[in-house]
Design a protein around this ligand. Structure first.
Ligand SMILES: Nc1ncnc2c1ncn2[C@@H]1O[C@H](COP(=O)(O)OP(=O)(O)OP(=O)(O)O)[C@@H](O)[C@H]1O
Ligand SMILES: [Mg+2]
Length: 380
């Protein structure tokens, strides 16, 4: 346990988006001293902390100069200068998740290679350098072609179902994975502190928007057997242990039709699949992340109520100053919690907020989630 009072620990967070914003909400309860670096002076965290600095997260010098000030550094986005973080770590600053892990996760090629080397179940894949390589692996079809780096929120991921689709293959280094005909997509958020304590949040199930690869609905708890649930916790803990990671890790999994679990990808930070924990669990993922990196006791992750989560995305065809249509209708519904991220400008499919919906009955939960999705619209 820390010898220093936690309020004296100067914490720097790389990234000032919505994840940072919700982390600050948790940090306030413990009087934590948080500073933020983000390239956008109007980022969701701007004006919420005493020290908000503007700088490019991938710029080694900018991150290093900013980071020297802190005792502990963490991230809310993994696209950051790892070389700067390694230098800061060498100088005695605690960096969680550790820079080596951020580096591994920045590249889907390295990530998949790590799973294979560590016998973590994942779909078959081949590394590809460009279009030609993809075309040379017709035996993998139907498949998913992913960019190694630079992909996020579904960008950099595309289906290559038949030989006709090969023309659209990525030209940059990436990988070709066998398409998993999954039963469900699941996620487990797991935390680990320096003492080695580990806690998983209850398994959630996700459904993705068919075109945009963004989470459309999340349901907690996942409707799966106890056996699969236990297997999912075991797998999530296995991954965080093999990574030897300190902090919070979201493990995205496929449940196959045969009842097997395959790791799709992981994120070494708070995650979209844990937003509902703010209202639905005894401890939220944001608080748990802070507990883990500060080596404090991890909180109970017990679910208080079944919950759903809907991402609030900018409507297609609207760009400009955001307006929220249907707010009061949603707020009039019992157990509906709207979270707006403080982004002034909406763009098609930009994540502008999310809504958590709670209900004791799973069927009512589904109805309410659908209703929220149909009612609340972000326009300009
Ligand atoms: N091998 C696969 N088989 C079947 N579907 C897949 C496969 N890989 C990815 N997908 C689908 O594409 C989605 C996005 O893939 P992935 O999570 O790798 O990309 P991403 O851009 O990092 O996404 P995000 O940032 O939203 O998590 C998955 O959630 C899943 O629905
Ligand atoms: Mg994903």
């Amino acid at each position: 346990m820390p010898t220093q009072d936690i309020t004296d620990i100067k914490i720097g967070v790389l990234g000032g988006g919505q994840l940072g914003r919700m982390m600050i909400q948790s940090a306030i309860n413990y009087n934590l001293d948080i500073s933020i670096l983000d390239p956008d002076e109007n980022a969701p965290c701007a004006h919420l902390v005493k020290h908000f600095s503007v700088g490019k997260l991938t710029d080694e010098q900018a991150v290093y100069n900013w980071g020297k000030e802190f005792d502990l550094i963490t991230i809310e986005i993994e696209n950051v200068s790892v070389s700067a973080l390694k230098k800061l770590q060498d100088e005695g600053i605690r960096v969680f998740p550790q820079p080596e892990i951020i580096e591994l996760i920045q590249d889907k090629r390295k990530q998949k290679t790590f799973y294979k080397a560590n016998r973590i179940p994942t779909s078959d894949f081949v590394l590809t350098e460009g279009k030609e390589d993809v075309a040379n692996h017709k035996e993998m079809l139907p498949a998913v072609n992913k960019l190694g780096t630079e992909g996020y929120d579904g960008r950099g991921v595309q289906m290559i179902r038949t030989a006709d689709d090969l023309t659209k293959a990525f030209t940059k280094p990436g990988l070709l994975e066998r398409l998993v005909d999954f039963e469900k997509e699941l996620s487990v958020v797991v935390a680990r502190n320096e003492s080695g304590e580990m806690q998983c949040f209850p398994v959630v199930e996700l459904s993705y928007h068919p075109e945009h690869n963004l989470v459309e609905f999340l349901f907690a708890p996942a409707q799966i057997s106890n056996d699969i649930e236990e297997k999912a916790y075991h797998l999530a803990k296995d991954v965080i242990k093999k990574l030897d990671m300190i902090g919070l890790l979201a493990v995205e999994m496929f449940l196959t039709k045969d009842g097997d679990l395959l790791v799709n990808e992981v994120a070494p930070r708070t995650h979209n699949s844990g937003h509902h924990t703010i209202e639905a669990n005894l401890t939220s993922q944001f608080e748990q992340h802070l507990r883990a990196i500060l080596n404090l006791p991890l909180g109970s992750t017990e679910l208080i109520t079944p919950a759903a989560m809907v991402n609030l995305l900018g409507e297609d065809n609207f760009t400009g100053n955001a307006m929220y249509e249907g707010m009061s209708d949603c707020m009039a519904m019992k157990g509906v919690y709207v979270h707006l991220y403080g982004k002034k400008v909406t763009k098609p499919f930009r994540k502008m907020g999310h809504v958590t919906i709670t209900d004791d009955s799973i069927s009512d939960l589904k109805l309410k989630a659908r209703k929220v999705k149909e009612t609340l619209k972000v326009k300009a």
